[in-house]
Design a protein around this ligand. Structure first.
Ligand SMILES: *Cc1c(COP(=O)(O)O)cnc(C)c1O
Length: 454
């Protein structure tokens, strides 16, 4: 029997030199973003006050297949990439499944997730264009940490609006961001108009990602030569994250295998969109028949219970409207521990593919997700991020079906990060104090009422 190594690495020479733009091969392109006031499709001039020029170009380009990765970004990637493709022998054994399970592990950097891939690119382009400072928001803290890390590398000042709830719950995240030189402000704050408004309207609020985005955008457009950067949802972010899928594809080529099923967790859709990019291309071009599954939390079910329509990306309605699966921009999910999955919307690329039946979606409760996370940690020796554990749960369910039906499928899932900063969530789960809060139909209908009329 041919033995397959535990980890399949690429050499530095084998690392991708270009990002792949999946939009170029989509028969139905994602709908254009609309200007929040005029409701006309946005043009580059609308976006340049917010994003730097190269990122605007990438955001709006749905025809160019490949974008060269500048040498400076590739050199930075070499510090923490390629990420390994790991054969989950331990999990296969535990589940007694004939399926072959692989995962692509993105947690091997201090920020602990895939987010550093896009942070590196966004900071580099801003630096190259002479932008003086960046602002952003962070929910659970992973994006802010990744960005702070990239800003330290490329020498860029950074202000992070951190959702108040996480600011209190995750003090260590603040400490790392400050170590990398970032300034952290709890959101809502009194440093912006929208922040002051929210504080007046909802005193004592724990904040939301949508509100923190509004504050970071407001701060960027009202400060000298400052731009805003976002860690998910946007087309440019999925473009940068294609590095995950391209590396996985190269690794599978090396061992002569190819996934039948791909599973990823979906918050804003960037790690999933990046992981599936080259495989989805093969599917769209009719070369392969792959089952692609997005897994989301039942507490924030944008694909499985949301509506496919134009919506605001933020609470303050400063950002363009995107056509996506959404729960409404005023949807505030329960304080679930999968912080990175608590966004009301979904990447327009992932949304369009879902609407076209090219991928399917599942939702799980956080307690069952933590059960999967615990099982995985014990047999694979990696403590998964709660977000990533949704993909683990999805993959386990598929591997169990393979066992019941005696099918030896090749399953690939994205292990988007580590849970080293989520120990209070693990503790709650272990103490039996974790609860599953699932929005009612009435809750969702209420927030969908605030959808803009387009
Ligand atoms: C942020 C985050 C996610 C969710 O974001 P996507 O854009 O959907 O990928 C998933 N996993 C981890 C570890 C994260 O930090």
């Amino acid at each position: 029997m041919k033995t397959i190594p535990h980890k399949i690495y690429l050499s530095e020479n084998e690392m991708p030199r270009q990002y792949y733009n999946l939009r170029a091969d989509m028969p139905k392109k994602p709908a254009p973003m609309l200007h929040p006031k005029t409701l006309k499709p946005v043009v580059a001039a609308d976006l340049t006050p917010v994003f730097c020029k190269e990122l605007v170009r990438q955001e709006l380009d749905d025809t160019t297949r490949y974008f060269n990765i500048p040498r400076e970004i590739r050199d930075f990637y070499k510090i923490f990439r390629p990420s390994p493709l790991i054969r989950a022998y331990g999990l296969e054994n535990e589940l007694n499944t004939p399926a072959k399970i692989y995962y692509k592990f993105e947690g091997n950097n201090t920020s602990g997730s895939h987010k550093l891939n896009s942070a590196a690119a966004q900071v580099y382009y801003a630096r190259a264009e002479g932008v003086a400072a960046l602002t952003t928001e962070t929910g659970a803290g992973q994006w802010g940490t990744a960005l702070a890390e990239a800003c330290a590398h490329f020498g860029m000042p950074l202000t992070v609006y951190m959702v108040q709830g996480s600011y209190e719950q995750k003090p260590f995240r603040k400490t790392i961001m400050r170590t990398f030189g970032a300034e952290i402000i709890a959101s809502p704050s009194n440093t912006t108009n929208i922040g002051r408004e929210m504080l007046k309207k909802f005193p004592g609020t724990s904040g939301s990602l949508g509100c923190a985005i509004s504050e970071a955008v407001e701060k960027a457009v009202s400060s000298e030569n400052t731009r805003y950067v976002l860690g998910s949802v946007l087309n440019q972010v999925l473009l940068h994250q294609s590095i995950i899928g391209l590396e996985a594809e190269a690794a599978f080529n090396k061992i002569g295998d190819y996934p039948d099923v791909i599973v990823g967790c979906a918050g804003g859709g960037s790690n999933l969109g990046g992981l599936i990019a080259p495989f989805m291309r093969d599917k769209l071009l009719g070369r392969k028949d792959i089952d692609i599954v997005a897994v989301e939390p039942k507490s924030c079910p944008s694909l499985t219970r949301g509506q496919f329509t134009y919506d605001f990306c933020d609470t303050g309605h400063l950002t363009p409207l995107a056509k996506m699966y959404t729960l409404g921009s005023e949807f505030i999910p329960a304080r679930d521990h999968a912080g990175g999955l608590r966004y009301h919307g979904m990447s327009p690329i992932v949304s369009q593919l879902y609407a076209d039946g090219q991928l399917r979606a599942e939702a799980y409760k956080q307690t069952e997700v933590f059960e999967a996370a615990t099982l995985f940690a014990r047999v694979e020796q990696i403590l998964p991020a709660p977000e990533s554990a949704h993909a683990i749960k999805g993959a386990i369910e598929i591997a169990k079906k393979c066992r019941d039906n005696n099918q030896s499928k090749t399953i690939l899932f994205g292990l988007s990060g580590t849970g080293n900063f989520d120990l209070s969530a693990y503790e709650q789960f272990q103490n039996g104090k974790m609860v599953d809060i699932i929005p009612t139909d009435a809750d969702i209908a209420r927030s969908l009422k605030t959808l803009p009329k387009v």
